[in-house]
Design a protein around this ligand. Structure first.
Ligand SMILES: *[C@@H]1O[C@H](CO)[C@@H](O)[C@H](O)[C@H]1NC(C)=O
Ligand SMILES: *[C@@H]1O[C@H](CO)[C@@H](O)[C@H](O)[C@H]1NC(C)=O
Ligand SMILES: *[C@@H]1O[C@H](CO)[C@@H](O)[C@H](O)[C@H]1NC(C)=O
Length: 375
């Protein structure tokens, strides 16, 4: 067992080196995550992990730019509803686990849900849309918030399980991703004029809603639950454009906006505290925090090493960050860079496939030992 473990460490180092030195990704065939022998992966979340739900919502979702090229141009050569030029982190996680890409729940006719389902909807929030609306925060693209996605999940599980004991059995080797979710609650609040103070006051409710969803997942039989935190949002072109300033002290060494990153850290710290409490409450489940914040910091270092574009969006137009809220990626006359693999940001909000690939590799390496998979 010790030698197997040793081999795994060596393997993981090699995988990491591959990203630093751009070797061919042949190591993914022997990925340690395969040891977990996951039967299914279930995903709840927003545009960071939606593989095609929003674009199947009519009329708004189907009319979004995510349903058209250049979204999807790199990997699928067509739009799939993924908010990137290609694959997302959840696609890399599925590949590492030796499973097919997660089919979107809304693709009811064509999908094979044997190895999992993706319930994530781009633009969705952790708090129910009505709760946000009561605070005068409007959800512009979808009302399929986390509670709605959970209902879909329970409907699906009811359809595959004979009874609750059967569900516990069937989900024994399933991986549940609860998030990233909650980022849009804050995005909408801030771009609809709320102050940072008001944003901070939302954190307890958002965090409680995310952790409560994880609790419900465990109560239907989920054994392994991963709960991601938020990105360092002060690094994203959309925020850097909106809050651009000449005050150099407003930026950190990576040219990210301090006050927004501090806010993301605050959310992440509160989330980790709530996860700690959940773990004590559910000692038989494996609950893991996925550190998107530091995965992104790792990506910044890799991008620096390789000389990737760290500031500008690949698909966009105007300004210091190639981003304009009124003329976003997919709009008429909005240009796409010719080498998205040399950019971190795809459209100013979401990352490129290359960015997600590097973040996912870092995350899987961090998470794997905590999954306590049997060798
Ligand atoms: C591209 O995707 C759209 C839906 O997003 C679909 O209608 C179309 O058939 C796809 N085209 C190809 C060539 O796969
Ligand atoms: C969300 O629900 C509200 C109230 O039912 C409705 O007015 C609004 O159009 C919905 N929004 C979307 C994006 O579907
Ligand atoms: C920054 O300074 C330049 C030149 O002094 C000025 O033109 C520009 O409007 C300033 N930008 C902001 C965001 O304050």
């Amino acid at each position: 067992m010790a030698s197997v473990f040793h081999k795994l460490i060596v393997l993981r180092l090699l995988v990491l080196c591959c990203f630093l030195f751009s070797c061919v990704p042949q190591w993914s065939d022997a990925h340690p995550l395969k040891i977990c022998k996951f039967d299914q992966i279930y995903q709840l979340g927003d545009s960071i992990s939606d593989t095609g739900n929003l674009i199947r919502e009519v009329p708004i979702g189907a009319a979004t730019a995510f349903a058209r090229l250049p979204y999807g141009e790199t990997f699928f050569k067509n739009a799939t509803g993924r908010c990137s030029n290609g694959l997302l982190m959840i696609d890399y996680i599925a590949m590492d686990a030796g499973l097919p890409f997660l089919p979107p729940y809304k693709n009811l006719d064509a999908a094979d849900f044997e190895h999992g389902v993706n319930f994530a909807v781009a633009g969705s929030t952790a708090l129910p849309s009505q709760v946000l609306a009561a605070q005068h925060i409007f959800s512009p693209v979808t009302n399929s918030s986390l509670d709605v996605q959970l209902d879909w999940m329970f409907t699906h599980l009811n359809s595959i399980c004979l009874n609750s004991r059967d569900c516990v059995e069937k989900l024994q080797n399933a991986l549940f991703m609860v998030g990233e979710i909650g980022g849009n609650d804050y995005n909408y609040a801030i771009f609809q004029g709320k102050t940072m103070e008001e944003l901070r006051s939302m954190v307890p409710d958002v965090v409680a809603t995310i952790v409560d969803a994880a609790r419900k997942v465990i109560e239907v039989g989920g054994k392994r639950v991963v709960i991601p935190g938020n990105f360092p949002i002060g690094c994203l072109p959309i925020y850097k454009t909106a809050f651009q300033t000449n005050i150099s002290a407003a930026y950190d060494k990576n040219q990210c906006l301090n006050h927004l990153n501090e806010f993301a850290k605050y959310h992440n710290e509160e989330l980790q505290k709530a996860i700690h409490t959940l773990k004590q409450e559910k000692p038989n489940a494996v609950v893991i925090y996925a550190d998107y914040y530091n995965a992104y910091q790792f990506l910044l270092r890799v991008a620096t090493f390789h000389g990737f574009e760290r500031e500008k969006a690949c698909c966009g137009t105007g300004g210091k960050y190639n981003f304009n809220m009124m003329r976003m990626c997919g709009g008429a006359g909005v240009e796409v860079c010719s080498h998205p693999e040399r950019y971190m940001s795809w459209d100013g909000v979401h990352l490129t496939q290359q960015g997600y690939k590097i973040m996912a590799a870092w995350l899987v390496n961090k998470i794997f030992p905590h999954l306590l998979c049997h060798f």
